[in-house]
Design a protein around this ligand. Sequence first.
Ligand code: FAD
Length: 469
Amino acid sequence: MQQSRFKAPKCGRVHYNASGLRATVRTKGKPRKDNDLMPIQQRNYWLNTVDMPKGHAVGPLPERVDVAIIGAGFTGLSAARTLAKSGVRVAVLEGETIGWGASSRNGGMVLTGMKLGVNKLISMYGREKTREMYAASLKSIDCVEQIVREENIECDFSRSGHLEVACKQKHFDDYARQAEVIAREFNHQLRVVQKHELRSEIGSDIYFGGTVDEISAGVNPARYVAGLGCAAQRAGACVYEGTRVDSIERDSHNSSAGWQLRTPRGPLWSRDVMVATSGYTGRATPVLQRKIIPIGSYIIVTEVLQEALAHELSPRNRMIYDSKNYLYYYRLTPDRRMLFGGRAAFFPETGNSIRRSAEILRQGMIEVYPQLRGTKVEYVWGGTLDFAFDIMPHAGRIDGMYYALGYAGHGVAMATYLGQKVAEYILTGRDENPYARIPFPGAPLGMYNGNPWFLPLAGAYYKFLDWVS
Ligand SMILES: Cc1cc2nc3c(=O)[nH]c(=O)nc-3n(C[C@H](O)[C@H](O)[C@H](O)COP(=O)(O)OP(=O)(O)OC[C@H]3O[C@@H](n4cnc5c(N)ncnc54)[C@H](O)[C@@H]3O)c2cc1C
């Protein structure tokens, strides 16, 4: 549980917003009692533990490269590393800074499986395709571990396993059925934990049982994305920070000229383009923007806990999430804080939604762990998840551009893996990733242009589903 080389925060008590910028939302006047327990910095806790590598923030772009990658998160940097190691000239264009998006803001849960349960997947895609996709999800954990080892990334990667906990008896009954299918069809063992055994896994009595997958892992995501950034640059990729791509156009008269990407730092020509923008996909790639719904997710982190209390809450240091649509996910950080996340407000983050989310999440945390009623919450931040309309990851080629996105909250491992797979596709011309062979649907009746007007309705619908199902 020791966090190696823990780095003291540079920011002191200054308040920051989710993007790491100074914010002005400190509570005024006499604090309410609850506020004593929430001396919150609107800042990503993980960023206090890392020195992010720098890319090229000023100066002209090169005239031409082989591959331009848009987005410097797990997807883009993993692809850049693989391509650059093969001698390809790669430019990663990032509108903000390395790891600025979801990749530094997440819970650090390196999870097997996909967002949808296996029975649902089999009903949608059949046994064979589901088997291939499930196998890819297992390989994605090995892929992260291998990169961490090869590149010596100090990111507290540990195969601590994950625990999914059932909020209702019927959810638990379904766990047993799913575990049986996963063992039979995919030769992978999950352990079903009965309610009376649950205390060996979690210091909470509110659940009806759970399942454990020992293959999943935990990581410090900011350190991991920082390490990936260093590895990609060491391999020869150039990362251009503060370089938002405004538009992408193919030369229609001369296809061998490739693509022109327009940025505020000038144009860049590239033979191939890869889009790795996840929940931050925007107008530069309208064809993908129309297929991805950005959804806000929020995290609070407490003060450091006493060792005995931390052990009581999570005796095996699992990555934990529950069975609701509007789920909570939580874990201990390597320096023994409780990190507790959820989709507290159903829209991309703003100063207000982050503050409200902190209150909602603290209530949720206390419902799960009444032991934390008197514990201070020290950090809150938000980030944006990327959901496709079928809640599946997608990777391949669209309108001539390569892409990988749609991770639906399961992106730490999958983004790394699909970044690598798409890079191999660019290198070899062979697309061996199983997600390329499933349909990539847009909105029903095409009623979506990238502005998620329906999210409040969807949020209410999913809350209703959690109530009735
Ligand atoms: C709060 C939260 C908790 C999560 N927890 C987990 C978890 O525990 N486990 C898990 O597996 N997954 C989790 N996820 C999901 C996971 O973090 C993401 O799936 C993953 O980080 C996606 O990586 P990415 O590289 O594809 O995208 P990102 O890391 O989001 O990077 C996309 C980048 O593209 C850049 N960009 C966008 N448009 C442009 C443009 N036009 N020009 C230049 N740059 C552009 C953005 O600035 C951004 O930096 C969580 C996500 C959030 C938000």
